[in-house]
Write a protein that binds this ligand. Structure first.
Ligand code: FMN
Length: 174
């Protein structure tokens, strides 16, 4: 039997076929996340996309992961590269998040970058933290994949507040 919090009335209970996509997005949007840009160095130059499914997975060994959509154009390049850099954005980088979530633009045009030490993937200047990672495994996960990766190098700049995504809007938490 499904268990629901007593003070939240479900729109439909029990749901016979699961939530509709719009409702699913709306409800899941109540979970606040940080915003990252996952980059890699492909044969034709750098690629990257905005990602909020990034998560820490394991301490020993240090593992992280994210969920690229099967529709992602950057994911096959990242996968082929075998590694990526997770750039955790600051509140001052909202426009970067929008750029890397939009198709058909030169995403790297207005951002400074340097190669990450292990993979050579772009570290975006101004990010509040970055993690240089090599892919350990890829697991199908519905209409996404789960990319599990080992962390090879990290750094953080704690002086700036993070960018936060909540209910379809950008904000911060400091
Ligand atoms: C805040 C935010 C978080 C996102 N998180 C993800 C994610 O975790 N996985 C994903 O595949 N796409 C995610 N997207 C969507 C991609 O950034 C977007 O579809 C992008 O255009 C994909 O680029 P690509 O086709 O070059 O891979 C997110 C978008 C936004 C605005």
């Amino acid at each position: 039997m499904a268990v629901v919090p007593s003070d939240i009335e479900p729109d439909e209970y029990p749901a016979p076929t699961g939530p509709e996509p719009d409702e699913y997005r709306r409800v899941l949007g109540h979970f606040p996340t940080g915003v990252t840009i996952v980059t890699a160095l492909g044969p034709d130059g750098p690629v990257g996309l905005a990602v909020n499914s990034f998560t820490s997975v394991s301490l020993r060994p240090p593992l992280v992961g994210f969920f690229p959509a099967h529709t992602s154009g950057s994911w096959p390049v990242i996968r082929q590269a075998g590694g990526f850099c997770v750039n955790i954005l600051g509140h001052h980088q909202e426009s970067l998040a929008r750029t890397f979530a939009s198709p058909g633009t030169d995403r790297f045009r207005d951002v400074g970058m340097r190669p990450a030490p292990s993979t050579g993937a772009p570290v975006l200047l101004g990010a509040v933290a970055w993690l240089d990672c090599t892919i350990e495994s890829i697991t199908p996960a519905g209409d996404h994949d789960f990319a599990l990766a080992r962390v090879r190098a990290i750094a953080a700049d704690s002086s700036r507040p993070p960018l936060v995504f909540h209910r379809g809007r950008y904000g911060t938490c400091d």
